[in-house]
Every structure is written in C-alpha cells, then in structure tokens.
Design a binder for this molecule. Structure first.
Ligand SMILES: [Fe+2]
Length: 497
C-alpha cells in the first residue's frame, strides 16, 4: 500500500533568513513608498506587475508585438509623477551603494563586480577583491571609473522581491536582476549580446543606448567583446532617463554609455527566459522518453543496419534508405509519446527549487511552527494557499529506502504524484551562482509524494477557491491524510468549520 510521504521537508530548516538584515532601513522607507497612494508599481497580480513596467502598453500587446520579436523603447520619463520618481530612486542609487560600502555589506564576486570598457574590450577592475569599503568604492568608481554591477538586489530590496516574484509567476520561469552604476561619460561593457530576455528601467542619471541587429536570432549564448567594426549601424539609438523603459529579445546586440556631466547613471536590468526554448524542452524530455520507449517497444530495441557506424560511405548504400525510413517511423512513435509526456522534469525542478518564495512570507515565523488556522477535519471547508507557488505532476520515484535491500525491487520505480512548493525557498540565495555546482540543491524544500488516486482531489483544491472536505473524491482516511499533509506544510487553511 502506497503511503503519503514527505520528502525533503526537513530541508526547510536549512533555509536562510530572507536577507532582511542587509538593507533594513532602506526597506522600511520602501515599505512606506509601496503602500502610499499612486505608486509606480501595481502589485495586485503578476500581470499588473508586468504592466507597471511596460505601461502604457498592456501585456497582450507586449506579448503579441514585442516578446522575442523586437525591442520596445518606452521613453515615458516626462509622464511620471514626483512620487513615482521617488520610488524609482529608492530601488537603487549611488547613495544606496555608498551606504552598502560604508556598512561593508557587499562581497566582490558574489554581490558585485566592477569593470570598464577600454574602447576595445571589457576590462575587469584592478585590485578588486574582498568586501567593498568606502575607500575601495571611491578608488573603483571615481579613480578607475569602473561600472558597478550589483548582483540580484531582490535578495534585500523588498520592492524587487515583490516585483520579481510576480514576474516569475507571470513568465513561469526564473527572473533575475542586476543593477548597473556607471560614472558619467563612461561605458562599462563592450558591445555584446545575452541569452536572456532583457527589461531595463533607468533609475537615475541618463544613458545613451545603441541596439544592433542580432547576429544570432534568439541567441542561446552570452557573447562578449564583439568587434565594434562588425556591428554595422544601430537599428535603434536613444537616451534613457529616470522612468524610461527598454525591452529587447535575447541576441540583440547592445552597448550603452552614461551621459557626460556630474550624474552617475543607474539602471536595473531584469532578465528571464534563459534556456526555455523548444530545443531546451526537447533536450530535457528526449533522453527519458527514448529510454521509456526502448523498454516498451521492440522497434526501438531492433539493431541498426550492419555497417551503420563502420562504413565511411554508408549513407550512399541502399541500407541508408532503409535506415532513414525506419528512423521516420520511430520519430512518429516518439512524437506521439511526447504528446502524452509533457513534463520536462529537470526544467520543472530547477524552477521550483530556485524561484523566490512568496512576497512577505516570514520563514522565521512559520518554520517549525504549527499553522495558525485550525487543523481541518472532514466537516470543514478548506482552501489551498499560495497557489502560484505550488505544482504537482505524475512522476516516477525511487523505491522506499526500506525496500533497498530487496535486490529484486532495487530497479523498480514507483509512479506517484510529486507535489512541490516554493514557500520555503531561500530568498537570500536567489539566482546567486555557487562555484561548486554540485552543492546546488535541485529539489524544492517542500516535496510531498501522494498516491496517484489523490490526483483528482488535488486538482479540485487547485482549481477551486475553496472546497468542502467531504467533497474530495477520496475515501475518508485518504482525504484526511491529504488535508493534514498540506495543512502541516502551511499550504492549506480551514476557511469554514
Ligand atoms: Fe547585456
């Protein structure tokens, strides 16, 4: 008999604090600004958060006309109110960087990088290492005239946490950010292109941008130090001022230079959709699909023709036609199999283990504590919580450890419903590269394993605002197990008793 199982829930205890100690004063100020009237961002929903960035365009127009197609240059600084400008400069500024240096909060490499464009290529800052201090900041920013790239400020800016969490829900994909602070009259990076969709919001000062036609449409690689001579004429050229917004698809070649004068340029780059192409999807599902078909279909187990890999002129022999015809038939079988198996498991697990937790969740408060709502019983009405932060799918699990000594069962995998949530994910590690990749967890901190018979009940909880517990299509004992598992993970509340 299959039992409800919790895998990895204990990992939530390893979750770090949400980084609020890094910038608490700034966050108090931001909180006031976010809650004040007429803010720059409307955080009612993931869509409204995206539309705050691209306004006056709506999400439909953006997706139809611009997304993965062409740049959107939205010079709207004149239309912003004084209050909206205050919100902008609170996101990040030279002053915020100076405060961080004073308090020695930023570590070179992990939290920031410094570089400049010497006219030919991007050059790293000289002697930049360790913790950033006021003295080293002065040397790098004013002496060497370096551009500062501040990594993933959503780890300590509440406004960015809220915005990026919504964008991750909207795009269904990880979203990262970097802030760039550039001394007047200088350029930080040589012309280059990225492997991500890019959203840019100018926060202070002004910067002159040049965009060029992609050499590789929807590029899969990040390519630096392009030869300026090879770029041709820009397809777009403009200056961004505080409040102005820019979007361009991955592969768009770009370079930007801060305007002359006294003011530093600060902008935030928000990026997403890295490795989310059809090619990436297929790469993720093909291996396991072919393995599965090889187990179930003798056509996939039949041998390839003699000489296929030993005869150098095999592709001009009659057997080649036989082989391509057979490959065509197998591709058809594979294609119909792919229609039934839509889960690119590694991509899904990467997203759910790495995305931001819901905005405002206090790990210290809920970690190891009982949920505040009463434990549900079968007479109650219940509601699934954090719906944009839960996911479930049919998948195969390794057999239980208690069976591992049984040699016959060792290879046998068990099909079950994997239920994932990102509510205990770490905000303070969000999108931070770890040098030793082997230490990156590829499993969300909440993983529940349910028998396949629970699937309809889980769909019901997911699709309805609330559900009467006795409506769940499960025997009473199983329904109770499902509800108590979700409740104890803070993912379900009792709305009516
Ligand atoms: Fe870039």
């Amino acid at each position: 008999m299959f039992e409800v199982e919790t895998i990895g829930l204990e990992m939530k205890r390893q979750a770090k604090k949400n980084g609020t100690d890094m910038c608490s004063n700034t966050n108090k100020r931001l909180k006031t600004l976010i809650e004040a009237k007429n803010p720059l961002f409307d955080f009612i929903s993931p869509t409204s958060s995206l539309e705050s960035l691209i306004q006056p365009f709506n999400s439909k127009t953006f997706l139809n006309d611009y997304w993965e197609k062409k740049p959107l240059v939205n010079l709207r600084h004149g239309a912003l109110t004084k209050h909206q400008h205050e919100v902008l400069s609170s996101i990040y500024s030279t002053q915020v960087l100076e405060e961080a240096a004073k308090e020695k909060r930023l570590l070179f490499g992990r939290d920031f990088h410094a570089c400049r464009f010497d006219g030919e290529k991007t050059v790293d800052a000289v002697h930049a290492k360790g913790t950033l201090t006021s003295a080293s900041l002065k040397k790098l920013l004013h002496g060497q005239k370096c551009t500062f790239q501040i990594h993933q400020p959503q780890r300590y800016s509440d406004l960015l946490w809220r915005l990026l969490e919504h964008l991750e829900s909207y795009f269904g994909c990880l979203v990262g950010s970097n802030v760039y602070i550039t001394p007047p009259g200088t350029q930080g990076l040589a012309p280059h292109y990225d492997d991500v969709e890019v959203f840019i919001l100018q926060l202070e000062g002004s910067k002159h941008w040049k965009l060029y036609k992609p050499q590789v449409e929807l590029a899969r690689d990040y390519v630096v130090n392009l030869d300026p001579e090879s770029l041709g004429n820009p397809i777009e050229e403009f200056t961004l001022r505080p409040g102005d917004f820019l979007y361009f698809p991955r592969g768009t070649i770009h370079q930007a230079c801060a305007d002359e004068g006294n003011q530093f340029s600060t902008h935030i780059t928000i990026s997403t959709y890295q490795h989310q192409s059809y090619g990436d999807y297929l790469r993720s599902v093909l291996f396991s699909s072919v393995e599965g078909l090889a187990s179930s279909s003798v056509d996939f187990r039949r041998g390839i023709p003699l000489g296929s890999i030993s005869n150098p002129v095999f592709n001009s022999s009659p057997l080649w036609n036989e082989m391509t015809s057979q490959l065509g038939k197998l591709t058809e079988q594979l294609s119909s199999h792919l229609r039934k198996i839509p889960f690119p498991q590694p991509m899904i697990l990467d997203f759910w283990s790495s995305r931001l937790p819901p905005f405002g969740i206090d790990l210290d408060e809920i970690e190891g504590s009982q949920p505040k709502s009463p434990m549900p019983d079968m007479e109650d009405e219940v509601r699934l919580l954090y719906k944009t932060h839960v996911y479930f799918m049919k998948q195969k699990f390794q057999p239980d450890e208690r069976d591992s000594e049984d040699e016959e069962k060792e290879e046998e995998q068990v099909e079950a419903i994997g239920f994932y949530s990102s509510i205990f994910n770490s905000r303070s590690d969000h999108m931070i590269m770890v040098e030793d990749h082997s230490s990156i967890e590829n499993e969300p901190r909440v993983v529940l394993k349910f028998p396949l018979t629970y699937e309809e009940s889980m769909k019901l909880l997911f699709e309805r605002e609330s559900v009467a517990a006795n409506e769940l299509p499960l025997p009473r004992e199983d329904a109770e197990k499902l509800l108590s598992s979700l409740w104890s993970c803070h993912l379900l509340e009792t709305v009516k008793t």
